[in-house]
Design a protein around this ligand. Structure first.
Ligand SMILES: [Zn+2]
Length: 313
């Protein structure tokens, strides 16, 4: 064996050992420790991250969480009831890319234990009733198609029937291309539904959640809110940064499309820490609802004044 073959053998041994030491996905999921990619400070105990509401204790990065965890976190365990919406046709266009769309849906449902990317519920925050829809990024990137739209419309109708406020916790890549024009049509349907909320004088809030909201979701429902909140430093965009950079052919601000930048530009009302979300929602709703009551009281007083004036004349 000459020195080149010896070196090659040594290299292969090192490669084999590295591969052996690399944990499998199942091992990673069952491990007590989770890697923190946000600030490269090494792994952290899973329980510690959970206690900190999945926010990095070192750099305050807000990690992505699923909708059920979010509802438990903000509204309390067993303090919210799911609103089940009817499902429509799963695959209207019989769509297939590298995989049939039906298979992608099946996988997403198994992974998230949800029928669609949207989960809606009715809950109370310090006694104020509210209907909430949450988009799950783990379900095909939180994209919106027909089933998701039906769920949102059903939730909005529930809010109108119960005369309570509506909140959307959004984490979504936009409209789902596998349902083509039918997904795009959802933008109009959601816009009309939000207008119905406004006609009924019901507050509509949006919370932009980690990791991002983009495309048709930003271009329709989420931009129509009365108050727009965002978790710290999430991405809020229409098209991706690289796409814009390619079109304008110049270097963009590093913070572009980040919540603090969007706030500066006036498209956002406030940036909140995850632990502050329910308190903020409560204070906003109490202000908005009191204002509604006040304006109603003023209207009543004004109309009784008119009646009195008529009687006097
Ligand atoms: Zn970190």
């Amino acid at each position: 064996m000459n020195w080149i073959s010896k070196l090659q053998k040594l290299g292969e041994n090192i490669k084999r050992n590295i591969k052996k030491k690399w944990p499998t996905k199942a091992e990673q999921e069952s491990s007590k420790f989770v890697p923190l990619n946000c600030c490269n400070t090494g792994p952290i105990e899973r329980s510690q991250l959970e206690e900190n509401l999945f926010v990095c204790p070192k750099c305050s990065f807000h990690h992505t969480i699923d909708v059920r965890t979010r509802f438990d976190m903000h509204f309390g365990k067993n303090n919210w009831q799911e609103i089940k919406a009817p499902l429509t046709t799963d695959d209207p266009l019989n769509f297939k890319d590298q995989k049939p769309y039906k298979d992608r849906l099946k996988e997403a449902r198994k992974k998230t234990n949800q029928d669609s990317a949207v989960l809606s519920c009715i809950t109370k925050i310090n006694g104020i009733e509210i209907v909430v829809s949450g988009l799950n990024f783990a379900f095909m990137g939180g994209s919106i198609a027909q089933n998701e739209t039906e769920n949102i419309l059903y939730a909005i109708q529930t809010a109108i029937d119960k005369k309570c406020s509506y909140l959307v916790c959004t984490a979504s890549g936009g409209m789902r291309m596998q349902e083509g024009i039918l997904s795009l049509h959802s933008m109009t349907r959601m816009t009309i539904a939000v207008n119905q909320l406004k006609k009924n004088n019901l507050p509509f809030l949006v919370l932009y959640c980690a990791p991002a909201t983009a495309g048709g979701t930003t271009a329709s429902i989420t931009s129509l809110s009365d108050i727009a909140m965002a978790e710290r430093r999430v991405t809020i965009a229409f098209s991706g940064k690289r796409v814009i950079q390619g079109i304008v052919n110049e270097k963009l601000d590093e913070r572009i499309q980040r919540a603090d930048w969007v706030l500066e530009k006036g498209f956002l009302d406030l940036e909140v820490e995850r632990k502050e979300v329910s308190n903020k929602i409560y204070s906003i709703l109490s202000i908005l609802l009191k204002k509604d009551q006040l304006s109603k009281k003023n209207k009543d007083e004004a109309s009784s004044d008119i009646i009195k004036t008529k009687e006097a004349s």
